[in-house]
Design a protein around this ligand. Sequence first.
Ligand code: TYD
Length: 141
Amino acid sequence: MVRKIKVKNSGLIKLQVVDDFPDGNLVIGEANKSVPFSIKRVYYINNLYNRKAERGRHAHKRLEQIIFCVNGHFTLTLDDGENKQSILMNDPSYGIRLGPKLWHTMTKFSSDCVILVLANDHFSENDYIRNYQEFLNYVKQ
Ligand code: TYD
């Protein structure tokens, strides 16, 4: 897992871990505490058996999200329009902030990968920027 985030509108979120060895781990996030907003939506991505799968490839105008890899691993690539960073997501106790104006792509999934995302708003297609050139123009505004 990465230690330093170099792109804008992102950041590393550390959740509390209760290590109940040998009975597993408990990982805890609380809204407006370790999760820096009120959670309005949760979604998860599983069945990632296709190693060539590619998800994301968009940015948001206003949405705040935190992304976790709760099982397995994948690569998260962040791009703020100036700087890019690829992060190996392999620790369920760390989340990455996906703030507004941040192009993100998810690739190289392990077959047991499960991704959990917490969002501060309901789904709205109007909040998406799905064209990379449009994204670059938007961040330069
Ligand atoms: P998208 O966000 O593009 O997926 P990903 O970033 O994981 O590749 O969403 C894929 C489709 O699912 C798209 O048609 C929008 C729809 N969708 C919803 O209806 N509600 C949601 O909360 C999300 C995240 C997606």
